[in-house]
Design a binder for this molecule. Structure first.
Ligand SMILES: Cc1ncc(C[n+]2csc(CCOP(=O)(O)OP(=O)(O)O)c2C)c(N)n1
Ligand SMILES: [Mg+2]
Length: 628
């Protein structure tokens, strides 16, 4: 059958059961939008306020549905505005098909208006890029793109159509082929539960070696990575831990695969981990990573684990499976865990009281963090050379809430099934340590790329995926200022997203790093420039509630925990309107420590003795970190 090329693009989206697209139009992509008009009853296009917002919204949508997200943008600046979102999706293993249109074949490469080589730019941050010059290839390219995005380690793919491919006069041969019959890879989650699973099977030789390693180990531990959730291996993972008695720690992406109060759940691990997970990790002799990339954050820059600890990595990606000189089990978690469990029949980890003791210790610390309050004798959590900024902030802005108490309060007040998201600043660290998911798959942190500006946009995408449930974005003031334009989109689309804005008038975590390296504060606090030419003035009293209200959103200004509780309760009654909680929290009231180190780099050459002190500390850690 002959159909218009642009109609074939839409039909190919329908083959993949795409019903939602995030995007932003422009001159070169208009032919595609004209066609979208004909498909408006089948494909809902969400017009965002910024292409980066569209990319993050597609990302949040993909993470929450397990489906491939779809994002449209025009050529030139539209396409390059996607780049940060593409890189975010790439790092965070989020399957998205990005569709852009370029200038005409005749003008390609000739400095045409709004021309950019987006396939060239995107190549290192995608699993694949396609520049489509021949309309006949549309069905094949579209089907391949979805299959590539969803299979193996999921990730983004970009298709760039030259403009003449999308001319209304162009027709191609096309037959509708549902995804179940074309590449059998339409949706990650359907993929993992379908009979035609294409993910690699575990190698039985690897399994036998692994059984021997575990049988000889005295302190094994599991690391629950994002792959557990992406392959829908929640049950398999939990059963594996329960049957073997092996405790598990969570990465950012793996958190909420199992609820927080499971007796074997040690909580977040690594640089932003908690004491329970990091204590057990320090003693572990065999570490079984399931669907984790073993990032520098998870391993505390390879410093967390014993030098003689042995690693096993169950991962669909061979590259990830080989990290840390591990025994690689290049397989899907959903398949590998039951095979390993069957081979381990009768095995029980020889722990006695260690796991309960580590969990109890952390619980006491959590209680303290939940209750942290400003007042007589207050000592900031980050008691560094700039700790006085907490008192200056309290004085300038009359605000006294601590970040940890606010997080504890939100955790307590929202519904178990609600979804929390976040991305950058001090909040993801506090969340990984402190957040207690009461239902599975309710924690969706973007922390591979830690992209400021993801929060509001990502929340929009998540909202499309979770329907009536609420989404709460934990957002720093820096992130909010950088990109909050999708508040407008949420408003326009009658989508309620909740933004918990933690306003400490600081790029708080970077200030902590800066001061931790022995430097003075520069460009990491939002203060007026003083007469001395420095940012030495008062903290700036930005009224974020007014900004949100200016768009038409509902906003609450929060001064106390009781106001916060009331505001959350009140906001639960709201539907179809975005909500902002403007919460002033003291700088330096975020968490830190719990036995972790991040090799972010310190200088060996400086006239400042505080720099050299930091460097000595760096060297001491480096000495005991694993070399590979
Ligand atoms: C796009 C982008 N630019 C810069 C950074 C580096 N960075 C990480 S956190 C941060 C400050 C974040 O400030 P805020 O959102 O207020 O969070 P806080 O640390 O104060 O909690 C910066 C600048 C980043 N992660 N992303
Ligand atoms: Mg801040």
């Amino acid at each position: 059958m002959k159909i218009r090329a642009t109609a074939a693009i839409m039909e190919c989206l329908l083959e993949q059961e795409v019903d939602t697209v995030f995007g932003y139009p422009g001159g070169t992509i208009l032919n595609l939008y004209d066609e979208l008009y004909n498909y408006k009853d089948k494909i809902h296009h969400v017009l965002t306020a910024h292409e980066q917002g569209a990319s993050h919204a597609a990302d949040g949508y993909a993470r929450s549905t397990g489906k491939v997200g779809v994002c449209f943008a025009t050529s030139g600046p539209g396409a390059t505005n996607l780049v940060t979102g593409i890189a975010t999706a790439y790092m965070d293993s989020s399957p998205i098909v990005f569709i852009t249109c370029n200038v005409t074949e005749q003008t390609l490469g000739k400095d045409a208006f709004q021309e950019v080589d987006i396939t060239g730019i995107a190549m290192p941050i995608t699993k694949a890029t396609y520049l489509v010059r021949d309309p006949q290839t549309i069905p094949d390219v579209m089907r391949q793109a979805f299959a590539v995005a969803a299979s193996g380690r999921p990730g983004p793919v970009l298709i760039d159509f030259v403009k003449n491919v999308t001319f209304p006069s162009v027709e191609i041969d096309y037959e509708f082929v549902p995804w179940t019959e074309n590449r059998k890879c339409g949706s990650l989650r359907s993929l993992s539960t379908s009979h035609d699973l294409k993910a690699p099977e575990p190698n039985i030789g690897d399994i036998n070696t692994l059984v021997d390693m575990i049988a000889q180990s005295e302190k094994p531990m599991l690391i629950c990575g994002g792959g557990v959730r992406y392959s829908e291996a929640h049950e398999e993972f939990r059963k594996f831990a329960e049957t073997t008695g092996i405790p598990f720690a969570e990465t950012q992406a793996g958190k909420s695969a199992v609820v927080w109060d499971h007796p074997l759940n040690l909580g977040g691990v690594g640089v932003t981990g908690c004491s329970a997970a990091n204590e057990i990790a320090r003693e572990a002799d065999v570490v079984i990573g399931v669907g984790t990339r073993y990032t520098d954050f998870t391993t505390a820059s390879k410093w967390l684990f014993r030098e003689d600890a042995k690693f096993v990595n169950i991962n669909v990606s061979e590259f990830q499976a080989l990290k840390l000189d591990a025994l690689p089990v290049a397989a899907d978690a959903k398949r590998a865990l039951p095979a390993l469990l069957a081979a381990l029949e009768g095995y029980k980890a020889p722990y006695t009281t260690e796991i309960a003791a580590a969990r109890d210790g952390w619980q006491k610390e959590l209680d303290r963090l939940d209750a942290a309050a400003f007042g007589e004798g207050y000592v900031p959590e980050i008691n560094d050379a700039n700790a006085q900024s907490a008192f200056r902030f309290a004085q300038d802005l009359g605000a006294e809430l601590t970040q940890t108490a606010v997080l504890g309060c939100i955790n307590h007040c929202i519904e178990a099934e609600d979804v929390v998201i976040g991305a950058a600043g001090s909040l993801p660290g506090d969340m990984q340590r402190m957040w207690r998911p009461r239902a599975v798959d309710t924690y969706n942190m973007e922390y591979g790329y830690s992209c400021m500006g993801y929060e509001v946009s990502g929340a929009l995408g998540v909202k499309y995926a979770i329907g009536d449930r609420d989404v709460y974005a934990m957002c720093g003031d820096g992130s909010f200022i950088m990109l909050h334009a999708e508040l407008l989109t949420a408003l326009q689309e009658h989508k309620k997203i909740n933004i918990c804005l933690f306003n400490n008038a600081s790029y708080g975590c970077i200030n902590n790093l800066q001061v931790g390296h022995g430097n003075d504060t520069l460009c990491t606090e939002l203060r007026w420039r003083g007469e001395d030419g420095k940012f030495s003035g008062a903290f700036m009293p930005v009224d974020f509630a007014k900004i949100a209200e200016g768009y038409g959103c509902r906003a609450y200004t929060i001064h106390s925990l009781s106001e916060l509780k009331d505001a959350i309760a009140d906001a639960k009654k709201i539907d179809g309107v975005p909500v902002l909680f403007d919460i002033r929290v003291l700088p330096k009231s975020m968490t830190d420590g719990y036995g972790a180190w991040w090799r972010v780099g310190d200088t060996a050459v400086s006239e400042n003795p505080r720099n050299l002190e930091a460097y000595q500390d760096h060297l001491a850690h480096e000495k005991t970190a694993r070399k590979y």
